[in-house]
Design a protein. Sequence first.
Length: 73
Amino acid sequence: MKKIILPLVLIAALSTTSCKKSYNCVCTIVEPGVSNVAVPIVLNDTKSKAETACLNLSQTLDDGGRYAFCSIQ
């Protein structure tokens, strides 16, 4: 019985861990009087953390009349 429980516990533990992958965050920078520019940024993290970091970039790049819309692609 113990021989079965230990492998099952290990499999359950490994299946609940989050995998880090590369996610593309594309920020479109908008500046009045200038063409919009799309800037790709690669984020290596879990999906939820990458999405949060990408959305935070939108707020960080807000600079007066210039701003950015960022999203995971």
